[in-house]
Design a protein around this ligand. Structure first.
Ligand code: PLP
Length: 460
């Protein structure tokens, strides 16, 4: 027989102690684990292709099985993980998730847990204010950037086009994250309704190109309605000129959405790094990137809260008795979800526990590390930078060498295990990139990355 569904107090204490010990051991290992280790993993993967167990197994045995499964992975919360967009996995936030899931109160309608719903609403308000949004703006915590963008698009579609959106046109730069095109598809737009526009030498959308594209579409009888601006691209960390683009878009009656999933929180260090977010109609933010939370917490902010509500409010007969009036927020009316996790605690607990200064300092350090890395790499003439870091991404390649040589260099550097970098294609060419975002990453790992690159680069 396995454990009863309701553990007694002693069992629960034993489980939580074992789980806590497991977590502590995993976190302690981060400093010395390879930055990625997915070699020879097939037997381990095979061991989890298993049938549904009729009887339960002890927690100790299960944790012992989980240990290698955790370790055989990209070490995404570790200090050497500089690939894609690192997050981190703040322990204090994981604790918030554990508490939220254990008390399992429902926050989708405020009446069901008024103070907990207010905690979540307060976290959204903090984020909105920190992006320069007015008090009547609103928003909702999501599972991540992709769902935030989808939510914003549905709000924009309703506000600008109504039910008939077949002639609507969306504009963005060619450097935009693929989640925008995916969200548009899910929201019912055809591929030919998206215009990907050229960028300048620093990978930023050019306002004149936007103006010309809007005009061309209007003259074809189409309806330009949405501009996506990037507040930190994944490829190079480029920040579009949001104030200038917003002016063009506003004059043309477009809704402006900012993808600030990666870059938005750098505003906490210096507004000038990501200027103009206060001007846009909606914002995608990703606390599981810029605030180092474990995967699973995004946020969408909408300046006109009414537009978000009109897009998602429903009228379920069986919920009439619990619908809120007045000040309280019913998150179910602001999002596609009904039953949902109490995500607010994963954000509220760390912000309260550490204070915002701790986050600001950590983000400032990441910016500084990216500048340090870029400055050092520039001293080695075998490398060329694609751009000076605008935020905490540095994209570069071997000067005068082909894509194959760059890909081979990346493999050799990653094989050394101290750091894990990733690649991308920028305007058709292979580039290696370093993204410094984890709160556990400090100067020593950037030095390791530099050392590995210098040693593994073939002499020119
Ligand atoms: C700039 C940017 N936007 C959006 C996304 C999508 O966010 P998520 O992975 O949280 O869905 C990412 C993810 O890396 C990103 O870097």
């Amino acid at each position: 027989m396995g454990a009863p569904l309701e553990p007694d107090d002693e069992t629960l204490a034993d489980w939580t102690a074992r789980a806590a010990a497991f977590v502590r051991a995993q976190l302690a290992a981060l400093a010395h684990l390879p930055a990625a280790d997915v070699d020879d993993v097939s037997a381990l993967v095979e061991s989890f292709r298993e049938g549904l167990p009729e009887q339960g197994v002890g927690l100790e045995e299960l944790l012992a099985r989980l240990d290698p499964a955790v370790r055989k992975s990209f070490t995404t919360p570790g200090p050497g993980y500089l690939a894609f967009i690192p997050g981190g996995g703040l322990p204090s936030s994981a604790l918030g998730t554990y508490i939220a899931a254990s008390v399992n109160r429902y926050v989708g309608v405020a009446q069901a847990a008024p103070a907990l719903a207010q905690i979540e609403a307060t976290t959204v308000r903090w984020l909105a204010e920190s992006m320069g949004y007015p008090l009547d703006a609103t928003g909702v915590l999501t599972t991540g950037g992709s769902l935030s963008t989808l939510t914003a698009i549905v709000a924009a579609r309703g506000a600008r086009l109504g039910e008939d959106f077949g002639r609507g046109v969306i504009y963005t730069s060619e450097q935009t994250h693929a989640s925008l095109a995916k969200a548009l598809r899910v929201a019912g737009f055809r591929r030919d309704q998206l215009r990907t526009l050229p960028v300048d030498s620093r990978f930023r959308l050019v306002p004149a190109a936007l103006e010309a594209a809007i005009e061309a579409d209007r003259s074809r009888g189409l309806t330009p309605f949405l501009l996506n601006v990037n507040a930190g691209t994944t490829n190079t960390g480029a920040v579009d000129p949001i104030p200038a683009l917003s002016r063009v878009a506003r004059d043309a009656g477009l809704w402006v959405h900012a993808d600030a999933a990666y870059g938005g929180f750098f505003r906490w260090v210096d507004e000038a790094l990501v200027p103009g977010l206060e001007l846009v109609d909606s914002i995608t933010l990703d606390p599981h990137k810029g605030l180092f939370l474990p995967y699973g917490t995004g946020c969408v902010l909408v300046r006109d809260g009414g537009a978000l509500r009109r897009a998602f409010e429903s009228d379920a007969d069986y919920l009439r008795d619990v619908a809120s009036a007045g000040e309280a927020t019913d998150f179910t009316d602001l999002s596609p979800e009904l039953s949902r996790a109490f995500r607010g605690l994963a954000l509220w607990l760390p912000l309260m526990l550490h204070g915002v200064a701790a986050f600001r300092d950590a983000l400032a350090e990441k910016l500084e590390l990216a500048r340090y890395f870029a400055a050092r790499l520039r001293q080695d003439e075998r490398f060329e930078l694609l751009d000076e870091p605008q935020l905490s991404v540095v994209a570069f390649r071997l000067r005068g060498q082909d894509d194959h040589a760059n890909a081979a260099l990346l493999r050799r550097v990653n094989a050394r295990g101290r750091v894990f970098l990733s690649s991308t294609r920028v305007q058709g060419r292979h580039a290696i990139r370093v993204c410094v975002l984890c709160f556990r990453t400090h100067r020593d790992r950037l030095d390791d990355a530099l050392e590995a690159l210098r040693q593994e680069a073939r002499p020119s």
